[in-house]
Design a protein around this ligand. Structure first.
Ligand code: GLN
Ligand code: ZN
Length: 763
């Protein structure tokens, strides 16, 4: 069997590329130095894969910012507003497209960015117009092919496939569908592929992740035509098409019938599809078995994977089968060996994990084991693997009787408030005495350099816990005073104790582990270090009560407690793969439920449970939506339903597409939901209006993503729009999201204007 890798992480094991780009942007290094950093990184990545013995190492998976932007650049899909920069060095034009350009009298907004399928990676969205043209610029891919060849291996160039490239983009004017541009795009792909073949490439990998999604007949037709034409034009170039993040399902017969040499399957997301594909694939189609999880951090169960390879071997010759990770390794950290701190990541847990480097070796080991001629060489690796898998299966770190018992005890009473909203609403009104159009914020206040410095000092042990907490109390007191002066109705403590809304809770919950260097690219030079949920989740002691109570003790106004919800904690972590996601979500929900109870006990009357990741948890295939929505709603309700009627539960979601899930949002039965609406000029409120959403809503009136300070009349106008679709007694007044990333001198005037808008409207 042939081993290959779909793509390797590219920010650098120690974030070398992130640092080089940022230094280049700030003028600290030259373009040549940046280019050299890229070359070094590629060689490092190739070195790891070569050393592991991978047969087909990918090239052109490297990117200084994003691989979809690379393709937009390669086919010359450069939006018109950047044409004035055509004289710039291409590198600078490229970065301008990603980051915007404000120099020399220009003020050009960057291209949009959005989530890469259901991952936390964000790609740059290609922009298309009805008069769109494309031209071929294959130098990057050809250069990287040659570079790899010189480095001493036969490289496999990788790029996004033409159909997926169009589907990932967005129409920027009317009267056309982007898929219709295929007739203009295809000749350009043909040219680029011909250039690669000319340079010597034998295999090229075309990523077509949309094959894993719901497709209409038109798109399926386009797929057929595109690959027939490419095959006709370049009959001797071997194309490997990849699907990933889901199974092929009803696209199976389409995928196996495309005239290409290889088809990659994500057998981690959907192991069942192997049978269907083996049954329907033509005899000469090579199959790539994506058996090593490309987007999670667990060691592969080699014995189980081996059974899958055996099954494939019953139908295919070994030389027709490829072993691979399920997707690009972009979504996992570089190297487990960089984790050296026992306190962060105990060696027992480390022994259950595999990051990119380790996964590459797993690919090789699996192929070695599947081959009778080399099986014996890998026997000890198999034994070690079996031992690790078994130790994980029975470790006391993972399985907790107490958690199991609580999970078994979840009953319908625990997921239902004591009374329906109308009754709660009355009791809350009698107790809270809030004015019409109550004003509040979403939770965080500016994380100034002072806040970050104090936290750093505490982490490094330069100040004691007592000193750190003293600082935090001072910041909370200041924030309370500011909010009183502004005249907000419901106050928050400001979240100064939190570096991150997931990390803060994860660090205090049992069952979560943290890496020191487990960076994963989020977008461009931004990385995240997701926690690893390895075991049953349990709360040891209150996590936020001290801060909320302290804030409440300083003021006569109500202070809103602030928690991250179970779905978001799960979604932004590496999740367990030894139990279903819903089980983990419900365990977390029970821990949050306890925190809610303790806040209520401490006299906090409004408690917000943030669920910004609720929507992005939706499965890629629509048929799985109902299942997800059912357990996700239940998780929120487990967390929030334990309180008395007069305790007001808030939730927050920072996005705007609710149309297709509005009934499930209503089903959360939060007393108040705050959402993002200001950028869309309240458009999205329509979903709530049409549905006659029964509970209270705070449509964001202030876009916190920009330093701009909106005027009171602007916000009042937005509210007037809201009043047209939502009854006014249901409306709250608040920003779109937390103010963490703003400066105080932006946030203060904006909040003053916001309060004025509410007061004017009341009058
Ligand atoms: N309470 C959080 C904050 O204000 C919510 C952040 C979010 O929704 N992403 O920062
Ligand atoms: Zn938000």
């Amino acid at each position: 069997m042939i081993t290959h890798v779909l793509g390797y992480p590219r920010i650098g094991a120690n974030r070398e590329i992130k640092k080089a780009c940022e230094r280049y942007w700030s003028g600290k290094i030259t373009r040549d130095e940046l280019v050299e950093a890229g070359r070094r990184q590629r060689q490092y990545n190739w070195g790891v894969q070569k050393e592991a013995g991978i047969d087909m190492v990918p090239v052109n998976d490297f990117s200084f910012y994003d691989h979809i932007l690379d393709m937009a650049f390669a086919v010359d899909a450069i939006p018109r507003r950047f044409q004035v920069l055509k004289e710039l060095d291409p590198m600078d034009l490229y970065f301008a497209m990603a980051r915007g350009y404000q120099q020399g009298g220009h003020d050009i907004i960057p291209m949009e960015m959005t989530k890469w399928f259901d991952t936390n990676y964000h790609y740059i969205v290609p922009e298309f117009t009805s008069d769109q043209t494309f031209t071929s610029h294959s130098h990057k891919m050809v250069r990287e092919y040659r570079e790899g060849k010189e480095y001493g291996f036969e490289p496999k160039p990788v790029m996004i496939g033409p159909v997926s490239f169009l589907l990932l983009g967005k129409e920027k004017d009317v009267g056309f569908s982007r898929l219709d541009l295929i007739s203009r795009l295809l000749p350009v792909y043909r040219e680029m592929l011909a250039d690669l073949q000319q340079a010597g490439a034998q295999w090229v990998q075309l990523d077509e992740p949309f094959l894993s999604l719901d497709l209409d007949d038109k798109t399926r037709d386009v797929y057929r035509q595109v690959y027939q034409q490419l095959h006709a034009a370049l009959p001797s170039l071997k194309l490997m098409i990849t699907s990933f993040f889901e199974g092929l399902h009803d696209n199976t017969s389409l995928a196996v019938s495309l005239p290409v040499q290889g088809l990659h399957l994500d057998l981690v997301s959907d192991p069942q599809q192997l049978d269907n594909v083996l049954a329907s694939a033509p005899e000469n189609l090579n199959l790539s078995l994506g058996l090593i999880d490309g987007r999670n951090v667990w060691k592969n169960d080699l014995e189980q994977s081996l059974q899958m390879t055996q099954k494939a071997l019953e139908q295919k010759k070994p030389e027709q089968l490829f072993i691979a990770p399920s997707s690009s390794l972009l979504h996992v950290p570089y190297d487990l060996e960089l984790e050296k701190d026992e306190d962060h990541l105990p060696s027992e847990i480390k022994n259950w994990l595999a990051f990119a480097r380790q996964k590459v070796h797993e690919v090789k080991t699996l192929a070695g084991l599947a081959n009778p001629a080399t099986h014996h060489q890998y026997k000890s690796a198999l034994a070690n693997n079996r031992q690790a898998i078994q130790s994980r299966g029975k470790s006391e770190r993972i399985h907790k009787q107490s958690v199991q018992e609580r999970m078994d005890g979840v009953n319908p009473d625990m997921t239902t408030r004591k009374h329906p909203f109308p009754e709660r609403h009355q009791k809350q009104a009698n107790q809270l005495h809030l004015p019409q159009y109550p004003t509040t914020t979403i939770g965080s206040f500016p994380q100034t350099s002072q806040v970050r410095k104090v936290r750093r000092q505490y982490r490094r042990g330069e100040i004691t816990r007592g000193e750190y907490e003293q600082h935090l109390r001072r910041l909370i007191a200041q924030a309370i005073r500011q909010q009183e002066e502004i005249g907000l109705d419901v106050l928050v403590h400001g979240e100064f104790e939190r570096n991150d809304m997931v990390e803060y809770f994860g660090e205090q919950l049992e069952g979560f582990a943290f890496t020191q260097n487990g960076w994963v690219q989020s977008y461009g030079t931004r990385g995240v270090k997701p926690p690893i949920i390895f075991g049953d989740v349990e709360r040891k002691k209150p996590m936020t009560v001290e801060w909320s109570s302290y804030a409440q003790s300083l003021t006569d106004h109500w202070v809103k407690g602030m928690l991250t919800g179970p779905v978001t904690l799960l979604q932004w972590s590496f999740a367990r793969d030894d139990q279903p996601r819903h089980a983990t979500a419900h365990q977390i929900a029970l821990a949050i439920r306890d925190e809610v109870a303790d806040l209520e006990q401490a006299g906090i009357k409004l408690i917000q449970i943030d669920e910004p990741a609720f929507r992005e948890g939706l499965p890629l295939r629509k048929k799985y939506w109902p299942q997800y929505l059912q357990w996700a709603v239940k998780a929120f309700r487990i967390a929030s339903s334990g309180v008395n009627d007069d305790t007001q539960i808030h939730t927050h979601m920072c996005y705007s597409e609710f149309n297709d899930i509005i009934e499930h949002i209503a089903d959360l039965d939060a007393d108040v939901i705050t959402i993002e609406t200001s950028r869309s000029q309240m458009e999205l409120l329509e979903a709530f209006g049409d549905y006659q959403y029964p509970n209270e809503i705070g449509p964001g009136v202030y876009d916190i993503h920009s330093p701009r300070v909106p005027s009171a009349s602007e916000m009042e106008n937005l509210l007037k729009k809201a009043v047209k679709v939502i009854p006014k007694q249901q409306i709250w007044v608040n920003p779109d999201c937390g103010l963490k990333t703003r400066k105080w001198d932006e946030a203060l005037p904006a909040l003053q204007n916001m309060v004025k808008a509410a007061k004017d409207l009341r009058r």
